[in-house]
Design a protein around this ligand. Sequence first.
Ligand code: MLT
Length: 239
Amino acid sequence: MNIDLSATWQEASTVTLRGHAAVVIDVLRATSTIVTAIQSGAREVIPVETPEDARLAAQEPRADRVVLGGERGGLKIEGFDFGNSPYEYTPRSVGGRTVIMTTTNGTRAFAAARGANITVAAALLNVGSVADFLLREGRDVVIICAGTEGRVSLDDLYCAGALIERILTPGADWVLNDGARLAVHWYGTNTGTSVDVLASCAHGRKLAELGFHRDVEYCSRVDTVMEVPVLRGRSLVSR
Ligand code: MLT
């Protein structure tokens, strides 16, 4: 079995997805927020690429109980209901609702996963549950880290390493590409220090400058959520 990691969503354009399980990771903060929204009882989260796409999707006739969420430059988009802070996605704000979400990198990574047989959203919050899900699926795995504007993000790589560590079961014959090997190495040298890794990486520092320290701490929590959001059509739903 193979595990192939792309360090940015742009890099994933060269990867074979057919027949594979794709895992999208954007720890700071898109997939952490999506996992939280689904845990809070959102009916579905629809990741779209641009704010215009989000506004159009919200106008579709079948769109009821819809909220718009996401960010540009880390901040809430004008006219949207919510930004990209997981703390905004509570049972009260999104329970039973459709969330249409657009973020700078994370929601684009879902578009980059198009063509995979199954696509899931992973963050540190649900990394153990995603590993169990992938082991049950038994397919080759493509991990698509969102990265930050075309550059590697250590937070995503750390989560990918934690995920791979959990699926490398003894006895199974796994083949890792160089990106996957790098993620395992990075995670292995920092096990147990997720909050320090997230606070010190470039995007974590930027979020702190914007006043989102609490989000960085929240996104560094490991295995606190059982949900594995799975893409069905264009919607991420609770498995
Ligand atoms: C992104 O998609 O680039 C991130 O989720 C940005 C953020 O932290 O809001």
